[in-house]
Design a protein around this ligand. Structure first.
Ligand SMILES: NC(=O)C1=CN([C@@H]2O[C@H](COP(=O)(O)OP(=O)(O)OC[C@H]3O[C@@H](n4cnc5c(N)ncnc54)[C@H](O)[C@@H]3O)[C@@H](O)[C@H]2O)C=CC1
Ligand SMILES: O=C([O-])CC(=O)C(=O)O
Length: 332
């Protein structure tokens, strides 16, 4: 058995964590042979609820969980961690945009950036989930200058999974028959879900999604809008934001970062831009990435037509605006 790794989940008493913790604890993310020390951070008023979550995790009798550390102390939570799943933040309600959460949430990520800088391993891998996820991840990285910026990411895998499922449903194929859907930009309603490089395997034949769907109008309109607004649609129906599907996407994101992507396949992650595809450097922008040996590289050379360029710029512009608002909020 390898040495245990220390995994932090914030917002551990919340609804995403309730689905996420079981999957992490049973080895879906870091492997079936990897012992884990689970660090569970929430705020002081949630400590009683968190106690109940810890009891339930104990009662799952899982072999990989070596220790659980429930805490409301940031210095204890971030000490020597190998991975950080930063979920804890206020969720939006019906009628709000995710960026409306900036004022409430950005300070959390400023504080946690500083804590990462002081207490975490320099190799820590960080995924920010709390909204607005891209901008919170940008701030988190900014306040953790001793940790390489490549170690920070934000979750857009839920959007990728939504896109994949919409295409699979439309073509009446299993979800895993659809590959290489891309989410460009912000985890918001300006994101650009792009299937122009995606493929589908149908009746044993691999073909471009656009050829299989044979309806460009649907792909350029209804499909994009459905994916962009899926989070809001779930809130409208459930009166709470996505949790089960968000937890699954967090697992997909960190598992692929830890173990790598399959040959010929890519996944979408919001990562600091290196200027690829003319996206302003350092913005936390979602790109297609390949992952090998724990390191991602942005997929290069994809053809971008005028229509795609326009959509990629719209979401970049929103990220720049959010960045200015976030930086101003951090000065207050
Ligand atoms: N990026 C994505 O794809 C998605 C992001 N989200 C976002 O994830 C976040 C969490 O969502 P839910 O679990 O549904 O919310 P929730 O309200 O059920 O749970 C959030 C938990 O975070 C805790 N928390 C608040 N401030 C904290 C702090 N400073 N440190 C540690 N814990 C803290 C709260 O006490 C609560 O227990 C929201 O911001 C939501 O919008 C949700 C779905 C998908
Ligand atoms: O929509 C929300 O507020 C929660 C979220 O980020 C999502 O479901 O994609």
């Amino acid at each position: 058995m390898p040495e245990p790794i220390k995994v932090l989940v914030t917002g551990a008493a919340g609804q995403i964590a309730y689905s996420l913790l079981y999957s992490v604890a049973k080895g879906d993310v870091f492997g079936k042979d990897q012992p884990i020390i689970l660090v569970l951070l929430d705020i002081t008023p949630m400590m009683e609820v968190l106690k109940g979550v810890v009891m339930e995790l104990q009662d799952c009798a899982l072999p990989l969980v070596q220790e659980m550390i429930p805490t409301d102390k940031i210095e204890e939570a971030f000490k020597d961690i190998d991975a950080a799943l930063l979920v804890g933040a206020m969720p939006r309600r019906d009628g709000m945009e995710r960026k409306d959460l900036l004022a409430a949430n950005v300070k959390i990520f400023q504080e946690q950036g500083k804590a990462l800088d002081h207490y975490a391993k320099k190799t820590v891998k960080v995924v920010v989930v709390g909204n607005p996820a891209n901008t919170n991840a940008f701030i988190c990285s900014k306040f953790a200058p001793s940790i390489p910026k490549e170690n920070f990411s934000a979750l857009t895998r839920l959007d990728q999974n939504r896109a994949q499922a919409q295409i699979a449903g439309r073509l009446n194929v299993p979800n895993n028959a659809v590959k290489n859907c891309i989410i460009w930009g912000n985890h918001s309603s300006t994101q650009f879900p792009d299937v122009s490089h995606a493929t589908v395997t149908k009746n044993g034949v691999v073909q471009p999604v656009a050829e299989a769907v044979k309806d460009d109008h649907w792909l350029n309109n209804e499909f994009i809008k459905t994916v962009q607004n899926r989070g809001a649609a779930v809130i409208k129906a459930r009166k709470l934001s996505s949790a089960m599907s968000a937890a699954k996407a967090i697992c997909d994101h960190m598992r692929d970062w830890w173990f790598g992507t399959h040959e010929g396949e890519w996944v979408s992650m919001a990562v600091p831009s290196d200027g690829s595809y003319e996206i302003e450097q350092d913005l936390m922008y979602s790109f297609p990435v390949n992952i090998k040996n724990g390191k991602y590289t942005i997929v290069q050379g994809l053809k971008i037509d005028d229509n795609a360029r326009e959509k990629m710029n719209v979401t970049m512009k929103e990220l720049k605006e959010e960045r200015e608002m976030a930086l101003a909020a951090c000065q207050e």
